[in-house]
Write a protein that binds this ligand. Structure first.
Ligand SMILES: [Zn+2]
Length: 82
């Protein structure tokens, strides 16, 4: 199921992104976090098409491929299970 969500996240191959945005889970006034943001806790928005992509603050890079995103999804699942 997570893999399907990850596939839905990708599909944008532009290279211009907004600055990284941190998820604020306690804010009720905003729409719920996107799937992309849930992977790492941060995301960037494509300036060309508005697509949201997960952003890894530790590596300081955009997660731009489904295989990378699956890796993060697995880490997230592991943390939630622990
Ligand atoms: Zn785009």
């Amino acid at each position: 199921m997570i893999a399907k969500l990850v596939d839905a996240v990708f599909g944008c191959w532009h290279n211009r992104y907004s600055f990284p945005i941190t998820i604020r889970p306690n804010s009720r006034n905003r729409s719920r976090p996107s799937t992309a943001a849930a992977l790492t806790g941060m995301y960037v928005v494509c300036l060309d098409c508005g697509k949201e992509l997960p952003y890894d603050w530790r590596e300081m890079k955009v997660i731009g491929s489904p295989s990378q995103a699956r890796q993060y999804a697995q880490e997230l699942a592991t943390k939630q299970a622990a």
